[in-house]
Design a protein around this ligand. Structure first.
Ligand code: DSN
Length: 491
């Protein structure tokens, strides 16, 4: 009981928290049989405490969310959905799933919610196939006047050929779209014919006339909106108009910005809720829940979506659904609305530091929780910027930019996001300080020279030791004021 005993010894009774006791007791318990794993959990806490996290897709979930996942709910199989299970003994799983469903419907005011997807990628596959089944399979079966199980093998094969001929059109990966939106190396472009729209090369923003033109030519069954590395808001009314004009279903993957929709920062035409027929999301980014996915949809898709298992998924993860229920309760509050607003204020304040220096921030700025900074003017790659910043205690990820001359591995950009630091309470003043620290690091980082090839190295970099030390100290100073899970003490 190393950590728990230390905690109980060093923390006065009135300051002790149940969450800290549970957390530390669990680490002590794990260390009995798996010291290596216990140590890696402790080391992860230490690592995250020593870095300022600017990874746009990450956040810090509450201790309640984390603790809800560490129990015997994980042992249950519960195929089906609440009150409609294929296994016995699912009464408590029903409570967890139904609470998550009710809470997420209350946040977003949507017709139907499904909280079983294990990830955003899973949610997208369930959503794609639910649309295909509703639009293609059900109509074909109606024409044949038969249920699917009664089709002969040749009739089923004929139906299958229809199903695999559907078309999806999403934002291209190099413009800021996601891998699951029709990228050639992802299943989405193998099970459907995929085409993409990009951003205007001058403004680096979505051009709705251009999307409409492309949609008219390609005639997608699914028009997909959403992004992984785009710093502007989407007009979903316009996207729906385009989808309707070609008979497509509008699907929105709001994985990155669902917290901003929940927090009512994105509303009206900037929120997909009233415009998309199918919406997917992760639960762990701006929404600040456990790692997982969810689907919101119009009533017409509800029945198909509820059959995500067996369509795509195996058994649900009841412990994660319990944690989702807690996270959705947390997001359904005025405090969360305040948090979401601050995420965007922080993102703008940070981007402003780079814009003032006339640096290339893609799309010219940000209206959401992130932005991409082109670091090529510093003479370095995204990979070198990522490593140099991490060495000084700033954690973010490199990101390719449109037509990136350094390719997807080294890249020319870094993606910078504010959801995690905002969860710690960091505000715009500290964001500006942080921006200036980052500028200092980037300005002093140089690509190493490879004398063998007589060319600049794309991975290795050099950074003056004094600058590194000084910036690291500044990062540590900032971290001191915003501790991560301060109730958990490890000494
Ligand atoms: N990996 C996530 C992101 O960074 O956007 C999405 O899958």
């Amino acid at each position: 009981m190393k950590y728990l005993n230390l905690y109980l010894k060093n923390t006065s009774l009135e300051k002790q928290s149940a969450a800290a006791i549970a957390y530390l007791a669990s680490i002590d318990h794990i260390s009995v049989n798996s010291p290596k794993i216990a140590e890696s959990i402790v080391n992860e806490i230490k690592a995250q405490r020593s870095q300022l996290k600017l990874i746009a897709s990450e956040n810090y979930s509450s201790l309640s969310v984390q603790l809800a996942m560490g129990n015997l709910l994980t042992d249950k199989y519960a195929e089906g959905y609440a009150k409609h299970r294929f296994y016995a003994g699912c009464e408590q799983v029903d409570v967890c799933e139904q609470t998550a469903v009710d809470e997420v419907k209350s946040i977003f005011g949507c017709d139907h919610a499904y909280v079983q997807p294990h990830s955003g990628a899973d949610a997208n596959i369930v959503a794609f196939w639910s649309i295909i089944i509703n639009k293609i399979q059900n109509k074909r079966l109606e024409q044949l006047g038969k249920k699917i199980d009664l089709l002969s093998n040749s009739e089923y094969e004929e139906l299958r050929q229809y199903l695999v001929n559907c078309k999806v059109m999403g934002m291209s990966l190099d413009a800021g779209g996601h891998l699951t939106h029709g990228f050639r190396h992802n299943i989405s472009s193998k099970m459907m014919q995929a085409s993409s729209y990009s951003i205007d090369p001058k403004t680096e923003m979505l051009d709705y006339d251009e999307i409409a033109k492309k949609a008219k030519e390609f005639k997608p069954d699914i028009l997909l909106a959403g992004y992984s590395a785009y710093s502007r808001r989407i007009n979903f009314a316009k996207m729906r108009e385009i989808a309707d004009s070609v008979g497509a279903t509008l699907m929105v993957d709001m994985a990155h910005f669902s917290g901003l929709v929940a927090g009512k920062v994105f509303k009206g035409e900037e929120s997909p809720i009233s415009y998309a027929q199918m919406i997917t999301s992760t639960t762990h980014k701006t929404l600040r829940g456990p790692r997982g996915g969810l689907i919101l949809c119009d009533q017409e898709f509800a029945e198909t979506v509820n059959k995500g298992c067996p369509l795509v998924l195996g058994g649900p993860l009841p412990h994660v659904m319990a944690a989702k229920a807690i996270a959705f309760q947390e997001a359904n509050t005025l405090a969360f609305q305040d948090y979401s607003k601050k995420v965007v204020d922080n993102s703008r304040a940070l981007a402003e530091i780079f814009l003032k220096e006339d640096l290339h921030v893609l799309s010219g700025g940000t209206d959401n929780h992130m932005f991409v900074l082109d670091v090529s003017s510093f003479g370095i790659t995204g990979r070198q910027a990522e490593d140099a910043l991490l060495d000084c205690g700033i954690c973010l990820n490199r990101n390719a930019i449109l037509n990136d001359k350094n390719g997807a591995w080294y890249t020319s950009g870094v993606r910078i996001g504010t959801p995690a630091l905002t969860s710690l309470g960091v505000g715009v003043d500290q964001m500006r300080d942080l921006g200036n620290i980052m500028l200092k690091i980037l300005k002093h980082t140089k690509a190493s020279f490879n004398t063998k090839t007589q060319s600049k190295n794309k991975a290795r970099y050099e950074l003056d030791a004094n600058i590194k030390r000084n910036c690291k100290e500044q990062v540590i100073d900032l971290l001191k004021d915003f501790p991560l899970y301060p109730e958990i003490t490890l000494q």
